[in-house]
Ligand binder design. Structure first.
Ligand SMILES: [Ca+2]
Ligand SMILES: [Ca+2]
Ligand SMILES: [Ca+2]
Ligand SMILES: [Ca+2]
Length: 812
């Protein structure tokens, strides 16, 4: 658009008419007509013509409070004023006039920002199936906005994703170029080559299909493209054999300094009656992943929420997807409906597309034996699409932590056209659903927000015991308690992320129970919906039901837990433990709302970028999370950050005073040195004199701190005798069941590598450690043979040899 004369330009030697007209024209342009046609943005820089050389230019600059940014050519110099606002809608007349009157200046012009775009022409992939990949880009906008992210220049370059599954066909012509052996391993056979085992039914095609969704190669004339088609892709073969705790742990902790994103589409049986989660080693692997992976930023575990919809399963009874460390993804059909296989629960974070009814399209991806399929299905097709989008966001900002990534997903996912009667608005104004989490992922919004994201502070964890004595559940139990989010302690949470209700309860029929948790802001999460197939009388044993629905809410106020029998009349049981675990940050966020990208302008902000995001604060303030604060919150300290300038014209990068995260290992700090710690993370101890943190050994770790002692749930104070008796009982039951199954199914087999090393013994896996693992593919009953010979109907069920019998109820 033509904007008329672009800036204030006068010269002292100009004629009288010009001198008269200049200012008049300017006043008109700037204050009146100008903005009506075109809003101009004036910078604090001038182009100045000064004959006489560099020295004279320097003299003029310092005399008039300019910094000389350098010689352009001839006698033209680039000046920046020291006090003029960096960006303004009006020109700085006073400064200009002073320059104008300076005898050594021949000509000067205040510079305005010009819109310039790189002339890189983005061309969409030419792959034969790309046009049919409706979920990546679609004229009707019912898509994941992936093309938008590609157009911004993000295609996954430099990001490494690994698919934890039944192997990967590494020589597939649409994968080979992106295949990464360092992101791959065969845990089942103990060798570096994860090539799938070929069977007549193509049982082991699942990992190869998931891999193509993430990183199928673009512009090679084969099949379609992956979401992150320039990312590196690997695969871990771990589902084609017996899945044990150590198999899971080994897979989840493969090469964590090299692999950025792990995508998993498996979990406990989706039969609607199982309650199961990661055991000791897998739990450890998750914890190590998020604390040590990616140089301490944290591995990103993307998880499919499960396929037990038909069995009315709850993904909160699956300890993998229920975990705070996994980024749980559900599915929507092409038309925006909840697919029949989808499980609803409060731990799901967001949604991508997958299969639906017979008249709805499915997912196109690479298939076994160098083929291409257009019928990848189920929630297991959704997780890799999310992993691909996360790879794009990581390319946009490699410094994102595992929690930053979840923040980005919460902020940029949107309900779009997704249909359910379960959308509700939470306490910070976001719409959230048990079927979709925060809604459909938006790749373009993810990379845009990722680019400007300042890492959230360290994770705070506030643990609160909510009942003083066991409570009879009967048909309806309500527990209300006010909390302050551990105010006044090092664990204070002022802005929530994940919330867990850790429950121990007995009930004669577990599946009849519905459990709800309502936050102080009134957000009601369904922690458990009734499961008709779950007739177990085992209750829940320290099970951590998780909700993401109160993200960014304030935790202080009254929390309400409701346990309700929604079926029988004569049911009975007791709640013995209710521990509320609040995770989040110690610093409240600036006004979270749908307008997350546009925080309110405040007087403390000196410079806004074109999207009205604060990038520099006025003196005395520090930039923090796109707003200005007078003091950095705990976990941060004042430092200088290069200005995040996103306008088209290159303005020299300036250093802006900002709140930067404390250097590891400090939890909170007085400065940006590893020796300026004020407090330390769990399992380490503050050396106050040195200002550093030292790691505690096992013995020290087990010594309870005075604070935690007071918060111990009452269950832990049960007489030791009762605990001992329970232990003996459980062990006897385990032993019995194990022996019975051993007799029925013959001896256990471990991969030779593990067997040979005696690892089973060393890890205490002497027996009974076989675990359930079911694909989150789709059940046979609803197979879609009619649609395509490539159907996915055997993704399920055939895993009969891996039936669950471990019922360790561990959720993290
Ligand atoms: Ca192999
Ligand atoms: Ca291709
Ligand atoms: Ca499930
Ligand atoms: Ca999760």
């Amino acid at each position: 658009m033509a904007c008329g004369p672009s800036s204030l330009a006068t010269g002292p030697r100009a004629g009288p008419v010009q001198s008269l007209l200049g200012p008049t024209l300017l006043v008109l342009l700037v204050s009146g007509l100008g903005p009506a046609f075109c809003q101009k943005i004036y910078t604090n820089t001038w182009a100045v013509q000064i004959p006489g050389g560099q020295e004279v230019a320097e003299q003029v600059a310092s005399k008039h409070s300019f910094v000389n940014l350098g010689h352009v050519f001839d006698d033209i110099y680039h000046f920046k004023h020291r006090t003029v606002e960096k960006r303004s809608l009006s020109n700085h007349r006073g400064t200009h006039v002073r320059l104008h009157r300076e005898p050594k200046v021949v000509w000067a012009e205040q510079q305005v920002v010009k819109q310039r775009r790189k002339r890189d022409v983005y061309t969409e992939p030419s792959d034969p199936k790309f046009r049919e990949q409706w979920y990546l880009n679609n004229a009707n906008h019912r898509d994941l906005n992936v093309k938008g992210a590609w157009e911004l220049g993000f295609t996954g370059k430099g990001v490494v994703v690994s698919i934890l599954d039944d192997g990967i066909e590494q020589n597939h012509p649409d994968l080979a170029q992106n295949y990464d052996p360092d992101a791959s391993y065969d845990v089942n056979d103990g060798d570096p080559d994860p090539q799938p085992r070929y069977t007549q039914l193509d049982d082991n095609r699942h990992g190869t299909r998931c891999a193509g969704e993430v990183a199928a190669v673009a512009d090679n004339g084969i099949c379609g493209v992956g979401v992150a088609y320039n990312a590196k892709i690997g695969g871990v073969r771990m589902l084609d054999g017996e899945v044990t705790d150590v198999v899971e742990a080994q897979s989840l902790s493969l090469n964590p300094q090299h692999i950025h994103v792990y995508s998993a589409s498996w979990g406990p049986e989706d039969d609607g009656k199982t309650v199961d989660g990661p055991a000791k080693l897998a739990k450890d692997a998750f914890l190590r992943g998020v604390t040590e992976g990616r140089g301490g930023l944290g591995s990103i575990f993307v998880w499919a929420s499960g396929n037990g919809g038909r069995e009315k399963d709850s993904c909160n009874c699956d300890g993998y997807t229920d975990s705070i460390y996994t980024l749980s993804i559900s599915s929507s059909t092409q038309n925006g409906n909840v697919p029949w296989y989808s499980e609803a629960c409060s731990s799901t974070l967001a949604t991508t597309y997958s299969s639906g009814n017979l008249n709805e399209k499915q997912i196109i991806t690479t298939d076994l034996k160098s083929k291409c399929t257009d019928s990848h299905t189920g929630t297991s097709a959704s997780a890799p699409l999310a992993a691909g989008i996360i790879a794009l966001a990581l390319e946009a900002n490699t410094n994102l932590t595992w929690r930053d990534m979840q923040h980005l997903v919460v902020r940029t996912s949107h309900p779009a056209h997704l249909l359910t009667n379960d959308w509700k608005t939470n306490g910070v104004g976001r719409r959230v659903s048990h079927s979709y989490g925060y809604g459909l992922l938006d790749a373009s919004a993810m990379v845009t927000l990722a680019r400007n994201w300042t890492s959230v502070g360290p994770q705070q964890k506030c643990v609160l015991s909510m009942i003083a004595a066991p409570r009879n559940i009967g048909t309806h139990l309500v527990i209300k308690k006010s909390v302050d989010g551990c105010l006044g302690t090092a664990n204070h949470v002022s802005s929530l992320e994940h919330v867990q209700a850790q429950l121990t309860l007995s009930y004669n029929r577990r599946g009849n129970l519905a459990i709800h948790l309502t936050s102080p802001s009134g957000t009601r999460s369904t922690l458990l919906a009734p499961r008709p197939h779950d007739y177990s009388s085992e209750g829940f044993n320290d099970w951590a039901f998780m909700t993401t629905h109160s993200w960014d809410e304030r935790p202080s106020g009254e929390w309400t837990l409701e346990i309700e029998n929604q079926a029988g009349v004569s049911d009975y049981g007791t709640l013995t433990q209710f521990t509320l675990v609040l995770y989040g940050t110690g610093q409240a966020w600036p006004s979270p709302s749908d307008a997350d990208l546009v925080p309110p302008v405040s007087r403390s902000c000196k410079t806004l970028d074109l999207r009205q995001i604060c990038i520099e604060c006025t003196a005395g303030y520090f930039l923090f999370q796109q707003s200005c604060v007078t003091e950095c919150p705990p976990g941060f300290s004042a430092g200088l950050l290069p200005m995040n300038y996103t306008v088209g014209n290159g303005v020299e990068p300036a250093q802006v005073p900002s709140c930067l995260p404390c250097r590891p290992p400090c939890l909170t700090c007085s400065g940006l040195s590893p020796r300026a710690c004020l407090s330390c993370p769990t399992h380490s101890h503050l050396d106050a004199a040195a200002g550093s943190c030292t790691h505690l050994n096992q013995f020290e770790r087990e010594t309870p701190g005075g604070f935690m002692e007071g918060l111990r749930p009452p269950a832990s104070r049960l007489p030791a005798a009762v605990a001992m008796l329970s232990c003996v009982g459980i062990m006897a039951t385990f032993g019995g069941v194990f022996l019975a199954l051993q007799l029925r199914s013959g001896p256990l087999r471990l991969p030779p590598a593990l067997e040979a090393g005696g690892l089973r013994e060393r890890l205490g896996l002497g027996g009974g450690a076989r675990r359930a693992a079911s694909y989150h593919g789709i059940p046979t009953v609803w197979g879609d043979d009619a649609l395509s010979s490539d159907s996915d109907n055997d993704d399920f069920g055939f895993r009969g040899e891996r039936k669950a019998f471990i019922k360790t109820q561990s959720a993290i």
